[in-house]
Design a protein around this ligand. Structure first.
Ligand SMILES: [Zn+2]
Length: 142
């Protein structure tokens, strides 16, 4: 079993604002980008308008190789508990990227029952429809 959308059920799209626009524009080009403070260098995710360390507001974007490990995860196995439009079972995971930030996503291209903490993963991009591309993660060899 792998991650599948249910055709015909609309998905909620992200609200794109000035703070996260760089992230979503990058995802649309199949590149994972992480926000980085241009003053102190702190990497952030999710995007924020101000650096929590130095309070600067000059935030920039840095491409990420998209490699990391599963920090934690949960499997949705019952259709009534899952997200509308996504076929159960599927895994939702917090992935800790090599850059040190964590990102919430889905683990795809494998049985969700086989996901484990510390599993090495890499980013893959899913064009859900013409307006929506999402970043997911799949297991990788070390
Ligand atoms: Zn900063």
């Amino acid at each position: 079993m792998t991650f599948k959308y249910i055709p015909g059920i609309p998905l909620v799209h992200p609200v794109v604002d000035r703070c996260n626009r760089g992230f979503w524009e990058s995802i649309n080009n199949h590149v994972l980008s992480i926000q980085r403070c241009q003053t102190c260098g702190l990497r952030l995710h999710p995007p924020r308008p101000m650096c929590p360390r130095c309070l600067a507001t000059n935030m920039g974007w840095e491409p990420s190789p998209g490699r990391g490990v599963v920090h934690t995860w949960v499997n949705f196995v019952y259709d009534r508990a899952g997200y509308p439009g996504i076929k159960c079972p599927y895994a939702v995971a917090t992935v800790e990227l090599d850059e040190g930030v964590r990102i919430l996503s889905n683990i795809v291209e494998m049985d969700p029952a086989d996901v484990y903490i510390g599993m090495p993963v890499e980013a893959v991009f899913t064009d859900v429809n013409k307006e929506l591309t999402l970043v997911h993660f799949k297991k990788r060899d070390k």
